[in-house]
Design a binder for this molecule. Structure first.
Ligand SMILES: Nc1ncnc2c1ncn2[C@@H]1O[C@H](COP(=O)(O)OP(=O)(O)O)[C@@H](O)[C@H]1O
Ligand SMILES: [Mg+2]
Length: 140
């Protein structure tokens, strides 16, 4: 998948990405700070029928949402983790093995913990109002 979009199209891109990725439980969102990882994950959770207010996980490593469509969703932000050891101490491995959907920001902090069948998603800032999302790392 390769899509160029702004905020007005984010719901339809989230829907399309769900169709492509739903067989994977662990999703790794790769992007620079300020590109739109949190915003996109929130749009995805909204598409999946999360009703409770979605907070930014900036100050929590793991936020849990209940989705009508996909059960429990775990939204993780690994930004404040130093490395794999810290991630293990924070109990991240148990979440990754829980068979619940895990949407991860800053997966680069502990890449060794990601399962082999992790769904890798890449976001790029094209201009202030436009982003590119693609799922094939070769397509840069
Ligand atoms: N698809 C998009 N199109 C335009 N602006 C976006 C898009 N996604 C996010 N933004 C804007 O980019 C900024 C950073 O988004 P955020 O989700 O916090 O980034 P990240 O989690 O990657 O640091 C926010 O102001 C947000 O409104
Ligand atoms: Mg973020």
């Amino acid at each position: 998948m390769d899509a160029i979009f702004g905020l007005p199209q984010i719901q339809s891109v989230a829907k399309a990405l769900w169709q492509v990725g739903k067989k994977h439980k662990v999703w790794a969102f790769h992007a620079e700070m300020g590109t739109g990882k949190t915003t996109f994950i929130h749009a995805l959770c909204e598409y999946l029928g999360v009703k409770d207010a979605i907070s930014s996980p900036t100050f929590a490593i793991v936020n849990q949402y209940d989705s009508a469509e996909a059960g429990v969703l775990l939204h993780m932000d690994w930004y404040r983790l130093k490395d794999e050891e810290e991630a293990i101490m924070a109990g991240i491995e148990d979440h990754l093995l829980s068979e619940q959907y895990c949407f991860i920001e800053w997966p680069e902090k502990a890449p060794g913990l990601l399962p082999d069948d992790t769904f890798h998603v890449y976001l790029q800032l094209l201009d202030p109002a436009t982003r590119r999302l693609y799922t094939d790392a070769e397509a840069i």
